[in-house]
Design a protein around this ligand. Structure first.
Ligand code: CTP
Ligand SMILES: C[C@](O)(CO)[C@H](O)COP(=O)(O)O
Length: 234
């Protein structure tokens, strides 16, 4: 039976958040944002180990006490210039420390998606466990889509049929993901599935809810805080 590993890239700067502190360390419900995704994976009985990929210059992680997760957590200071490079470096570093098999599953999840629930995580794992390729959580596009020119005037309305917004976790076999990322020129892609697609594969989209959104702008953080408060009251 394959093992399931989580890899959380957390080496970004959060430029669009516009805060001096990288967004994965901004406070959300009393903890640094990265705590929430880390907790979800560490508390999942299906996940064997959780790899956190930080920037080599990260001064923040060590300011917090992570002992509660110590039985599952490994932290690597090997992040790169792009998300894909951070994932690629993390996969290589993890293999230097643990006996990861080619067919083991890797679930790559943004540190900036703190609202992933146990239910969403297990649904992804269960739906893809027997899949030949793997896949990701995603949400069908809900709004009407407009394509514009550089002047923000509409050129045309695009059909939203069969269009999805990619979320994470993105779940692929270790060897396939490593090979896919190794083949991507300059690791310029924005998600893991893109690398798998570039090899000619068709990853599966697992229908999820929009509450697993990525914290990109300040208003996203405020909304996440409200959702967490609401969940804690239930
Ligand atoms: N060189 C990078 C860039 C991003 N990430 C991680 O990839 C995830 C998703 O990326 P994104 O939301 O784009 O984060 P940032 O790159 O930090 O944000 P921005 O693009 O606004 O700078 C985040 O957990 C981020 O820390 C990473 O590990 N290494
Ligand atoms: C993988 C991802 O979450 C897909 O939505 C990703 O982090 C996207 O990064 P982006 O640069 O904000 O598109």
């Amino acid at each position: 039976m394959p093992n399931y590993y989580a890899l959380i890239p957390a080496a970004g700067y959060g430029a669009r958040m516009g805060n001096q502190l990288p967004k994965q360390y901004l406070t959300l419900a009393g903890h640094p944002m990265i705590y929430h995704a880390t907790r979800t994976f560490c508390e999942s009985p299906q996940i064997k180990r959780v790899f956190i990929v930080l920037s080599p210059q990260d001064p923040e992680w060590k300011k917090y006490d992570w002992d509660v997760f110590s039985d599952k957590l490994s932290v690597f200071y090997c992040g790169g210039e792009t998300r894909a490079e951070s994932v690629f470096n993390g996969l290589n570093t993890a293999a230097g420390h643990f006996a990861i098999e080619s067919s083991d599953w890797i679930l790559v999840h943004d540190a900036a998606r703190p609202l992933l629930t146990q239910h969403q995580l297990s649904q992804l794992i269960d739906e893809l466990a027997d899949d030949a390729i793997g896949g990701l959580l995603a949400v069908p596009v809900a709004d009407t889509l407009k394509r514009s020119g550089a002047d923000a005037r509409i050129l045309q309305t695009e059909s939203r049929e069969h269009l999805w917004q990619a979320q994470t976790p993105q779940m692929f076999r270790y060897a396939m993901l490593l090979e896919a990322l190794n083949n991507v020129p300059e690791l310029s892609i924005t998600d893991d599935a893109s690398a798998i697609e570039a090899m000619g594969h068709h990853p599966r989209l697992v229908h999820n809810k929009s509450d697993n959104f990525k914290i990109t702008y300040p208003q996203d953080l405020a909304l996440a805080e409200l959702i967490m408060q609401q969940r804690n009251q239930q």
